[in-house]
Design a protein around this ligand. Structure first.
Ligand SMILES: [Zn+2]
Length: 314
């Protein structure tokens, strides 16, 4: 377990379209001091910069994607896939600069973000990490689905979905979160949608950047229309798990507990975290054990040497 706070070892730049807005945006990740957390700096054309911390108290909407905003009306949409990558790779402190209002969709999952973080390297900082430990079960329900946190020695996800569609059906994924598990089993799972919803979404100004390059699309005949097919036979539930990881990252501390959901989504993920944090008897915030108790982490880690940096790393 990582017990010291971590940041990235180099600045990382991306360019891509927002899946809902269709707008081309530039995004860059910057190393940040211990205690910063993940903070979005939203640049307006006027030169004004809005600072929005990626914490559950700033969530302004969970329709279609998770959106954080401030009281002045600034917001950043579709933060879940980059948040999942940072949380899973044990990166606590980063400033995310963006010149638009939506995180680019890139490959539809977290793979591009994970690879870039690996190239930049992860740097251990002096400060202890904060953990949010689940002390007793907390459960919420919504529209025939439910989500719950329960005590667990680690960070575990158990996600089950059920769609009345032959392409998906009932699928379940369970696993303990680690950088390797996330990279190998979840990061490549793409967002998905139904052809029958596309016209409605377009009419309401959404999914304008959606394409077969960044989304799995299910046709009216209940089959996947992407020419390359699926990346995993159960890619749908893996993506839902990726989303749950990204939404949990808004706790602002590493959760020690098991998160389980059935027929969940961004709304239910947010409701469960809210219920956990609201119930003082159900959780505690703790600092990592002292270094003496964890000798393996005494030496600061720098994962990648500069010559190995790829083109995405500035
Ligand atoms: Zn997603």
């Amino acid at each position: 377990m990582v017990t010291r706070q971590q940041t990235i070892g180099a600045r990382i730049g991306f360019e891509g379209v927002g899946v809902h807005s269709g707008a081309l945006v530039e995004l860059s990740l910057h190393p940040a001091e211990a205690g910063t957390g993940i903070v979005f700096h939203v640049f307006e054309a006027s030169g004004l910069i809005h600072e929005i911390a990626a914490v559950s108290g700033n969530v302004s909407s969970t329709d279609l994607s998770t959106i954080v905003g401030d009281r002045k009306g600034a917001h950043v949409a579709t933060i879940e896939h980059i948040m999942a990558a940072l949380y899973a790779m044990d990166v606590d402190n980063v400033v995310v600069q963006i010149d638009g209002r939506e995180i680019p969709i890139m490959d539809g999952g977290s793979d591009v973000f994970v690879r870039a973080i690996e190239q930049a390297g992860v740097v251990t900082q002096r400060a202890s990490r904060r953990f949010l430990r689940v002390l007793k079960p907390v459960r919420v329900e919504l529209n025939g689905g439910f989500a719950e946190y329960r005590p667990y020695e680690g960070t575990r996800f158990e996600v089950e979905i059920e769609f009345a569609n032959a392409a998906i059906g009932r699928q379940r994924f369970a696993g303990d979160l680690s950088p390797a598990m996330f990279r190998d089993e979840l990061a490549r799972a793409r967002t998905f949608g139904f052809m029958k919803d596309v016209e409605r979404l377009w009419a309401s100004g959404h999914a304008l950047g959606s394409s077969l390059e960044n989304s799995v699309v299910i046709g009216d005949d209940e089959t996947v229309i992407n020419p390359g097919g699926l990346r995993f036979v159960d890619e749908f539930v893996r993506h839902k798990t990726l989303d749950a990881v990204g939404d949990q990252a808004l706790a602002g501390a590493r959760v020690l507990g098991c998160y389980r959901s059935f027929r969940g989504g961004h709304r239910l993920n947010a409701m469960a975290l809210e219920a956990l944090v609201a119930d003082r008897s159900a959780h505690e915030f703790i600092e990592a054990p002292s270094r003496r108790m964890d000798p393996i982490r005494q030496v600061p880690l720098v994962a990648a040497a500069a010559p190995a940096l790829g083109p995405q790393v500035l």
